[in-house]
Design a protein around this ligand. Sequence first.
Ligand code: GUN
Length: 279
Amino acid sequence: MAKLIDGKKIAQEIKDELKEEVSRFKEAGRKISLAVIQVGNDAASSVYVNNKKKACEYIGIESLSYQLAADTVQEELLKLITTLNEDEQVNGILVQLPLPEHMDEDTILKAISPKKDVDGFHPISVGRLWLGEKGFLSCTPAGVIQLLKRSNIEIEGKECVIVGRSNIVGKPMAALLLRENATVTIAHSKTKNLQEITKRADILIAAVGKKKMITAEYVKEGAVVIDVGIHRDENNRLCGDVDFEAVEDKVLAITPVPGGVGPMTIVMLMDNCVETVRN
Ligand code: GUN
């Protein structure tokens, strides 16, 4: 039987550590605040935004909420970001994605001050990550590293294969694993002989965005499998990019969906918020 990597439990541990750290900062007179901007009222985004606010409340970070109408013009959002960039009371700024189609995501993300870029999406944060400099880490990949470390899974020297090359997960995941001295391969939709490559993995990260695509044929016996995907299956139940039932008997350890990588993303966002006051 595979060991289940319990993201909920590990996320709670980190939340409690952060709560203590934030209370020490408060005693020293340092408050932390996060501005959360949502444009429109996409239902899934509202759930994520609410969860972020709840996590802030638990840890002791003040959350400032900005809810803009779906037809807000881009200039208005840019003006709000500029105001928040200049506001010394604001430590972090997060613009919930996806944005309405009339807005240019790239322009918006680049407008956020790199000093307040708690999502780690700004090109300066991405550059620092690849150079191995200190800076804000992309939250989901940073969460995966914490899951591995806190489950005592050695990364150094391991053959790691990431399926998926998105800017939010695949690419920063590769940079972080490389930083931990893994040997890293990124596979993607144009990769030839995908199963041959994924079967080399000691640690396989599925971030492909396709429901239950990773079956037993993709996985080496005794591998560690991290599932970043989240979907609804034919019975409307949550599932990941990995066919959990098909691989669980073959692997050493695996993250479930839900309760694996999911809870870690918000916690690492909280960690980035605290990072704004650490020195
Ligand atoms: N939408 C889905 N995931 C994310 C995330 O990590 N950050 C932001 N800003 N928007 C998202």
